[in-house]
Write a protein that binds this ligand. Structure first.
Ligand code: ADP
Ligand code: 5GP
Length: 199
């Protein structure tokens, strides 16, 4: 059977600490048709982060240059740092027929949904605000003041959940992962993206 497929843009969003990165990492490890769009940021790298793999870590001036060149599909200031999805990343990967995963904040997600209405949008929810606080502390990447800032933003972000096509609660990680993987599996079979040729 001959078949042709068109790549899709998958937007994974939700409050900070809800498990987006964890779920994306697992998706990318399990499904070779998926590829990650590496964002640009002015935030400094964490101890285990590699430039060009996790983010392109830029100076404020380098980021400003990209802004001036209209290089971003979307960009936002998130918890005090600037982040942007590079048009070049998304376009090059989609042109190869790959399914491109964006792990971006809800401001950026709304912009991508506006510009790319055929994207697949998935909102990841925490099981509770108390658990979200625990996860942000356990991750140990942000100071208590920053954690409170992220928690303060979470309620407003969750209020916007209805803008997304799908919602997944990340309580049990395996269940949440399998729900996201099922959404992606179903979306791959849409007749707008999948073209089997019967001979
Ligand atoms: P985000 O990318 O949304 O900011 P992370 O993927 O960094 O969130 O997850 C935040 C923290 O929560 C990490 O320490 C991660 O290991 C942990 N975590 C993720 N999913 C779960 C889960 N289902 N149960 C418990 N802890 C989780
Ligand atoms: P972190 O600093 O913890 O890696 O990410 C903080 C937040 O920025 C997360 O919610 C993450 O999804 C978001 N983020 C990462 N890259 C981008 C991007 O390119 N655009 C937008 N809008 N948000 C991003």
């Amino acid at each position: 059977m001959k078949e042709d497929r068109k790549g899709m843009l998958i937007v994974i969003s939700g409050p900070s600490g809800t498990g987006k990165g964890t779920i994306c990492k697992k998706l990318l490890a399990e499904d070779p048709s998926l590829t990650f769009s590496v964002s640009a940021t002015t935030r400094g790298p964490r101890y285990d982060e590699i430039d060009g793999v996790h983010y392109f870590f830029l100076t404020e001036a380098q980021y400003d240059d990209l802004l001036a060149q209209d290089a971003f599909l979307e960009h936002a200031t998130v918890h005090g740092h600037r982040y942007g999805t590079l048009k070049s990343q998304v376009e090059e990967l989609m042109a190869k027929g790959l399914n491109v995963v964006l792990d971006i904040d809800p401001q950026g997600a709304r912009e991508v949904m506006r510009q790319k209405p055929d994207c697949v949008s998935i909102f990841i929810l925490p099981p509770s605000y108390a658990e979200l606080r625990v996860r942000l502390h356990t991750r140990n990447t942000d100071d208590p003041q920053e954690i409170e800032r992220r928690l303060g933003n979470a309620k407003g972000e969750i209020d916007q959940m209805h803008l997304y096509q799908y919602a997944v609660v990340n309580d049990d990680l395996e269940l949440a992962y399998s729900q996201v993987a099922s959404i992606i599996a179903a979306e791959k079979q849409r007749t707008t993206r999948y073209f089997p040729v019967v001979e």
